[in-house]
Ligand binder design. Structure first.
Ligand SMILES: NC(=O)C1=CN([C@@H]2O[C@H](COP(=O)(O)OP(=O)(O)OC[C@H]3O[C@@H](n4cnc5c(N)ncnc54)[C@H](OP(=O)(O)O)[C@@H]3O)[C@@H](O)[C@H]2O)C=CC1
Ligand SMILES: CC1=C(/C=C/C(C)=C/C=C/C(C)=C/C=O)C(C)(C)CCC1
Length: 297
């Protein structure tokens, strides 16, 4: 009971999703897997967008067996490679008429310094630019399918983040922990700017802090692995961690809150950086520039 109380925030909506189509990135484990499972239980056709097809197929079978929904599909998506992102989107657009829910969930944390196939620093490239490009490529479909939603999984860690426009790829200085924080700040800035640009459309967008959750996210940090074991009682299960993403994806009547940040299924405060529209606009333009996209999408 105490653990349940500490975990806070449950998505109580019983909205059913038959006939709806959803994509969850990084759905082969952790929060993404539980998010996909819940959407499948509600009857949606769910695409598990995973970089490891074998892991994805195993999880798809598990979700199909536990939910009785056979419409759980795995498609290859490596967010560290824009070619893979474009191939994923092309395949999806060719096979599906609609997209109602896009959950940009995949993430990496505290990686040793490394770059994506396109030369972007790994956290900025995967957590921000990868999802930015994916959303761009799927936006027309989301618009055609409205009402539709984009949920960006960020973190409380964004409070320590800054967008260092002169060092976006960590070439001047690099800390894996801070790079993660910067990328999670970018997730919130992207959400706010996207919401501003989508005003008047039937697509809404939300950013989320899932809580502190048992998952593979801490794979690069021995210290956090110890901390997680020591304080296991205070840490959410992936199923509890999925609640706020699900809340933002399915709850009726939150359209007016597009662009907002949520934690424990409630509105949550963001840092002053995250609320800064000038930084959000500049990050948008720089991201388009890096990805070779038009700025006015
Ligand atoms: N756990 C926590 O306490 C917190 C998590 N979050 C956020 O929640 C989200 C989910 O994390 P969580 O479930 O905890 O972590 P996990 O590490 O368990 O899951 C991350 C998922 O992202 C996938 N992924 C990583 N890199 C890529 C890539 N290049 N292309 C495609 N997929 C990729 C992983 O795939 P693979 O299995 O192949 O590595 C995995 O499926 C993240 O955005 C994270 O920042 C935010 C705050 C706290
Ligand atoms: C201080 C403290 C904790 C540490 C929390 C930490 C270190 C959270 C890190 C969160 C991350 C890495 C989020 C990712 O986005 C616990 C274990 C909750 C137990 C209570 C005291």
């Amino acid at each position: 009971k105490i653990r349940k109380m500490l975990s806070c925030g449950v998505c109580t909506s019983n909205v059913q999703l038959s006939g709806k189509v959803a994509i969850v990135t990084g759905a082969n484990t952790g929060i993404g897997k539980e998010t996909a499972k819940d959407l499948a239980r509600r009857g949606a056709r769910v695409y598990l967008a995973c970089r490891d097809m074998q892991k994805g197929e195993l999880v798809a079978s598990e979700i199909q067996a536990t939910t009785g929904n056979s419409q759980v599909l795995v498609r290859k998506l490596d967010l560290a490679d824009t070619k893979s992102i474009r191939a994923f989107a092309e395949g999806f657009l060719a096979e599906e008429k609609y997209l109602h829910i896009l959950i940009n969930n995949a993430g990496v944390m505290m990686c040793p310094y490394s770059k994506t196939a396109d030369g972007f620093e790994m956290h900025f490239g995967v957590n921000h630019l990868g999802h930015f490009l994916l959303t761009h490529l799927l936006l027309e479909k989301l618009k055609e399918s409205g009402p539709s939603r984009v949920v960006n999984v960020s973190s409380l860690a964004h409070h320590l983040g800054r967008i260092h426009f002169h060092n976006l790829h960590g070439e001047k200085f690099y800390s894996g922990g801070l790079a993660y924080c910067h990328s999670k700040l970018a997730n919130i800035l992207f959400t706010k700017e996207l919401a501003r640009r989508l005003k008047g459309s039937r697509v809404t967008t939300y950013s989320v802090h899932p809580g502190t959750v048992h998952s593979e996210l801490i794979r690069h940090s021995t210290a956090l692995k110890w901390l997680w074991q020591l304080f296991f009682f205070f840490i959410k299960t992936p199923q509890q961690g999925a609640q706020t993403s699900l809340y933002c994806a399915v709850t009726e009547g939150i359209e007016g809150l597009s662009g907002s940040h949520f934690s424990d299924c409630q509105l949550a405060w963001v840092s002053s950086q995250a609320g800064n529209e000038t930084i959000a606009r500049r990050l948008w333009d720089v991201s388009c520039d890096l990805l070779g996209l038009p700025m006015d999408w």
